[in-house]
Design a protein around this ligand. Structure first.
Ligand SMILES: C[S@@+](CC[C@H](N)C(=O)[O-])C[C@H]1O[C@@H](n2cnc3c(N)ncnc32)[C@H](O)[C@@H]1O
Length: 276
């Protein structure tokens, strides 16, 4: 039977935290241990000690990624917490576009920084199409990133089951999705062509530095899994990635209040955001 000692379990948790920012509480031990067991059994290591050593000391980057991917929570769906995305499209975007027009800059950069299967960034694309009257004049760059490479493949394929589109208004579903013969929904290329996906670990400072000049960042429902220290580091990186006056939307239960005073709180009619 596979069983980690308390010390081994703690070593794995420390490594996971260091590599992904994700902090597991003791009550999650069964879940974490089961995932470690599954990943370990898919390798050829003879002992958990060898497996851990290879993960920790760099010999097994691929195995480490597989373990992190096995531990992520990918829950997402179209139109999730839509009041935030509506605030973005109806109030934040007009403010950003007005500023950009003054600067004679006709591009907009929006980033979903823990995109999972893409439902969030695609919902953003749909709302932008629906609300920007002169959208053809603008170069809209939508970016979805995630630590989980498997979920990014699903995002790129843009085919979803019924549950993922349950909150999509019927008229939007008809306009932007094609119902496939197996009952799933394929998002049309008018939206998928607006989005690029990339593999980015939020706690990788070097990679995060490459993402600059963002007008708005969505980082929803991921920082809840992070330690305070990791949250602080990620929020700092995201701050650096934003343009001046750019906005960040966190999950509706998340706030940066305890982490940093760098942002101004922005109250929209339907939700809150933070502004640089
Ligand atoms: C619960 S989903 C949230 C998806 C979407 N933002 C939403 O709110 O519907 C959390 C996502 O964060 C990703 N994630 C976890 N740790 C990460 C990290 N260190 N860097 C990048 N993405 C991470 C997971 O792979 C997962 O897809």
């Amino acid at each position: 039977m596979f069983k980690l000692t308390d010390a081994e379990f703690q070593q794995f948790c420390d490594l996971i935290l260091e590599q992904s920012g994700i902090s597991f509480e003791a009550k999650k031990r069964y879940f974490v241990e089961k995932r470690i067991e599954k990943c370990f059994k898919e390798t050829s290591f003879m002992s958990v000690k060898d497996y851990f050593r290879a993960l920790k000391y760099g010999g097994s980057k691929e195995e480490l990624m597989q373990l992190l991917e096995a531990l992520t929570t990918n829950e997402t769906y179209f139109y999730r917490h839509i009041s935030q995305i509506e605030s973005f499209a109806e109030e934040a975007v007009p403010l950003i576009l007005e500023q950009k027009r003054k600067q004679n800059k006709f591009h907009l950069n929006i980033w979903s920084a823990a995109s999972s299967s893409g439902a969030e960034i695609y919902t953003i694309g749909i709302l932008l199409k629906e609300t920007i009257p002169d959208i053809n004049k603008w170069k809209i760059n939508l970016l979805g990133t995630d630590i989980d490479r498997k979920i990014l493949k699903i995002a790129e394929a843009a085919i979803y089951d019924k549950r993922a589109v349950k909150d999509v208004p019927v008229a939007i579903l008809k306009k932007y999705f094609t119902l496939l013969s197996d009952g799933r929904y394929q998002l049309n290329s008018s939206i998928t062509s607006m989005v690029k996906f990339a593999h980015v670990n939020l706690v990788d400072r070097t990679v995060m530095k490459q993402y600059k000049e963002q007008d708005c960042i969505f980082c929803r429902n991921v920082l809840i899994y992070f330690s305070d220290e990791a949250k602080r580091q990620v929020v700092h990186s995201l701050y650096q990635s934003l343009n001046k006056d750019g906005f960040i939307f966190l999950g509706h239960a998340e706030s940066v209040g305890r982490i940093t005073s760098a942002f101004r709180l922005k109250k929209f009619k339907k939700s809150l955001s933070y502004q640089k």
